[in-house]
Design a protein around this ligand. Structure first.
Ligand code: SF4
Length: 378
């Protein structure tokens, strides 16, 4: 039984059967709740089954969510997107923004804590555009605090934020509640206001930098990561230089960098002045190199400091473990103990690489997993 699921399935629909005759199921994200029914139809002998509704009400009410990591749970709180970035298929494939009620989110978080999850990652294409549809009208920043206050929940992450809806209240929540992780992923896409306009990103370089200044002024240091596109149609050398200078100005802790590639049905598909492939590759290589140096320098500053790390893996090398800091940095560390995966430990940084830190365990991260009454932010 081979199925194609997600945004692309929603967009291509039954056309997938013609291109890949061995596929028997095509299902968009709004129809996941119907998967058991669709699979039953296949088992009953139907050869081709689709779930392509753009039905909005039942999106989040999937009874069973498979979660492979026993400590970190992902929770979608908002589906779809009301922005209209000119290169993006999401508004066509995932429909308008629909948020889940705060009560139902918190109920699920309490359940997750009961069964042992200590980290919750709130998800949405534009997670900070969350709008509580219930009478409670909980703001996104209030929701972050409420999730962090659920007994047993130690870390709350959220991704992806849109700069337009990123306000001071989110920074204040991070500052005042240690359980809200000190990491914000804030995609900028380009450092040139001219290109940002062509992308329909709804903010200028200066407005984006104001959001960064807001985070840099926080009492608690916040790690900032981003997404960047090079070679958008019409991007001049000067525009690209502005992207490089923006990365210098912001000093990102991480960046996902991409070459622009056209997507079906998007406005940018019809834009002129396509950038040749080799030029896109040249710009991408320069950007990656610049960002790598920034990350190396950012991580080197942390040598000697201690951080709490969730233990997530054991290396094949003896006494070597790995995990993430609250700021979402990968930490590879030495410990003479037999660590338990999912525990929180304190690690001192002894070395830095562009994409990870090296450290040694110096103690417990506080109350260990299993002590249900960990109160964060009180
Ligand atoms: S890039 Fe993000 S904000 Fe823009 S339309 Fe796509 S999902 Fe929405």
């Amino acid at each position: 039984m081979i199925g194609v699921l997600g945004c692309l399935a929603q967009q291509e629909g039954e056309g997938i059967f013609a291109r890949a005759p061995w596929v028997s199921l095509v299902c968009g994200s709004a129809s996941y709740r119907k998967l058991p029914e669709l699979i039953a139809q296949l088992e009953a002998g139907n050869r081709r089954v689709t779930g392509l509704d753009t039905d909005t009400d039942e999106t989040f009410e999937t009874e069973v969510t498979r979660r492979d990591n026993p400590w970190r749970a992902y929770l979608t709180i908002i589906e779809g997107c009301d922005k209209a970035c000119s290169y993006c298929v999401v508004p066509f494939t995932r429909g308008p923004e629909r948020s889940r009620t705060s009560a139902s989110i918190l109920e699920e978080v309490r359940h997750l804590a009961d069964v042992g999850y200590t980290e919750v990652q709130l998800l949405g294409q534009t997670v900070n555009s969350y709008t509580d549809p219930s009478a409670r009208k909980m703001r996104f920043s209030e929701l972050l605090v409420a999730v962090a206050e659920v007994p047993g929940i130690r870390r709350v992450r959220f991704t992806t934020s849109h700069p337009r809806d990123f306000g001071e209240d989110i920074v204040e929540a991070i500052e005042s509640v240690p359980g809200i992780c000190d990491h914000v992923h804030l995609p900028v896409q380009s450092g040139s206001t001219r290109v940002l306009r062509a992308m329909a990103r709804t903010y200028s370089r200066e407005e984006y930098l104001e959001k960064i200044a807001m985070m840099r002024a926080a009492k608690r240091e916040i790690s900032i990561t981003t997404d960047l596109i090079v070679g958008f149609p019409g991007e001049t050398e000067k525009d690209f230089e502005e992207t490089l200078s923006l990365t210098d100005a912001v000093q990102y802790d991480g960046a996902f960098c991409f070459k622009y590639s056209p997507r079906p049905n998007t406005p940018s598909l019809k834009m002129e002045d396509a950038i040749p492939e080799e030029e896109k590759s040249r710009r991408l290589a320069l950007l990656l190199e610049r960002q790598r140096e920034i990350q190396r320098a950012r991580n080197e500053r942390l040598v000697g400091q201690a951080f709490e790390v969730m233990v997530e893996g054991k290396s094949r090398r003896e006494n070597q473990w790995s995990g993430h800091t609250s700021s979402n940095k990968v930490m590879n560390f030495a410990s003479q103990r037999e660590e338990s995966l999912g525990d929180y430990v304190r690690v001192r940084v002894t070395g830095a690489l562009p994409n990870s830190l090296v450290g040694e365990r110096i103690g417990h991260g506080g109350a260990e997993l299993g002590e249900a009454e960990v109160q964060i932010g009180k």
